[in-house]
Design a protein around this ligand. Sequence first.
Ligand code: HEM
Length: 108
Amino acid sequence: ASVDVGDAMDDLAEHYKAALKAENAQDFKQALEGMKTAANEAKQGTPPKLEKEAADSEKMKDYHHGLDVLIGQIDKAEQLADAGQLTQAKQAAENFKETRNTYHKKYK
Ligand code: HEM
């Protein structure tokens, strides 16, 4: 069974919306956990634009790297929420958009 990247992205976007709307650390963290699950799922699929690339091609490696960058950013935002800094955590979450835009330009 292969993972559909578009489906994983829809999940990612839904949880991201919830994260940005969260009014407490618990809701925020739950949304971020959902984002991480979706990002890891996306890593198991192949973007339609890269279907002709070998699994170990530079482009596939870069696609995986982009999702790892996002997962790293999610972990940092989670740590801020754990430290009771929800405002800063949500600011950190706003910055996910930069990563999204960078990789969407290349592979979406
Ligand atoms: C906050 C982060 C992100 C959000 C909210 C997001 C959201 C989305 C959404 C809503 C779509 C359209 C899905 C559809 O076709 O139904 C999409 C497509 C896509 N995204 Fe993301 N994305 C994010 C980050 C990333 C990153 C980091 C990468 C790659 C490293 C990526 C790669 C792609 C690709 C390849 C598609 C096209 C999938 C397809 O056509 O099947 N996205 N994304």
